[in-house]
Design a protein around this ligand. Sequence first.
Ligand code: NAD
Ligand code: TYD
Length: 360
Amino acid sequence: MKNIMVTGGAGFIGSNFIRFLLAAEPDLNIYNLDLLTYAGSLENLKRLPNSDRHHFIEGDICDRDLVKKVLSENDIDLVVHFAAETHVDRSILGPEAFIRTNIRGTFILLEAVRKYWKIDSRKIRPDVHFHHISTDEVYGTLASDEPAFSEDHQISPNSPYAASKAASDHLVRSYFHTYGLPITITNCSNNYGPNQFPEKLIPLMILNAIEGKPLPIYGDGRQIRDWLYVEDHCRAIWTVVQSGKKGETYNVGRENQPTNLEIVQEICRILDRDLPDSQFTPHENLIVYVTDRPGHDRRYAMNINKIIGEVEWNPQVNLKDGLELTVAWYRENSDWVKKIRDQQEYQSWMENNYHDRSIS
Ligand code: NAD
Ligand code: TYD
């Protein structure tokens, strides 16, 4: 029986990962350490399969004593680290929380596992594993004619979020080289799917469109992201944990290259088809162009040859099907949407981020 500590498991990808793992693997216990910031919610952990093997612990990865206690009381032999501040726009308006959780929090976790898993001052147990979840944003931005990011692309983060994730990646890597801590890292492209907090592009646009609110496109809307359905990401993480080489980084993506505008138009098309009687059909009329994000990365693209070749993972859900599934999920889960958006914090974020973006 494996005992896994998942950090940030009440957030979007972490909760999807826990749901996936409890269904896929019979022989493990999950200890989910999450601070329940604005982005985390117990609503994401309702109706888990085999829920008796999931244990929730509310707490901060920056709390050394708590991390130590979770490791030792539960005999943890694998850590899968999702916990982070994750929204680029928030990192522009308030970067400090990103430095604290993403850099300091990762450091505290690494120190705790290094001490807990050590055999003596020179050796760490070989049967343990620390897997770190990261992003393609650490590589910076690409022009339209540049090749996709491979794992050895230079690290050139452009937002405080991306810089804090790059710093955490470097720390994790250094613990392998310096202390021999068995680690792996996955750098993944933009995810979408069930339970994503509605400050991110896809859920925000789905919900605004259904309610007839403006669909705010930053700049010219021609920025490109390599969107990946969250379940494919969860399988990639688990495949790398099981078969990845220690000390290595694996890119995860779907080789999708739509513009933001095309994503929003596709969401509008799905809603026009499904809600022909809505007073907001055609939903595309709700699109407005607003002031761009400062330092906005133009294009991300992932070269996924390494993960496909070395650990035999392949993405399964194409973008069209994934968007259909996602729109359906947000339409069918209005209780979740209401509970998440009723928080005062959400209303103030929307006001903060959008009120002085002028419309062109
Ligand atoms: P999210 O914002 O939905 O969830 C983050 C979770 O971490 C929340 O449950 C929050 O409560 C928790 N958390 C935050 N600070 C904490 C702290 N100090 N201690 C304990 N828990 C804390 O994030 P997400 O989109 O699920 O992303 C998860 C991970 O995947 C992050 O590391 C992110 O950088 C990475 N990632 C995300 C994407 C994406 O498109 N969302 C893509 C690639 C990589
Ligand atoms: P987002 O979902 O915030 O992810 P990331 O910044 O990590 O890529 O944004 C995805 C893209 O959508 C990004 O290019 C910014 C753009 N965007 C908008 O045009 N309007 C919005 O209201 C938001 C939130 C994002």
